[in-house]
Design a protein around this ligand. Structure first.
Ligand SMILES: [Zn+2]
Length: 86
């Protein structure tokens, strides 16, 4: 299995690339869950992740790519994966 990464916005843990590299270069990957595009929708900081997250939740916390969501998926449970980052 290849390494996967955690989305700092929604807690989805199957990103193919690190959202921001150690040099702070964005991956420009779009999170299939919340739709955040790293390097496009916001900066690499908590404030922009939080802002996007709050909007995503307000709009129903639905999957950006429809049909990919697991059965009985619960965004609140997924957000717990963020732990201290949340
Ligand atoms: Zn996400």
């Amino acid at each position: 299995m290849s390494k996967t990464y955690l989305c700092p916005v929604c807690g989805f843990d199957q990103l193919q690339e690190e959202p921001f590299s150690k040099k702070n270069e964005p991956s420009f990957e779009i999170c299939p869950c919340c739709g955040f595009e790293f390097g496009f929708n916001g900066e690499n900081n908590k404030a922009s992740f939080k802002e996007y997250r709050e909007r995503w939740i307000k709009e129903g916390a639905s999957w950006f790519i429809k049909g990919l969501e697991p059965k009985r998926w619960d965004y609140k449970k997924q957000l717990q994966a963020l732990g201290k980052h949340f």
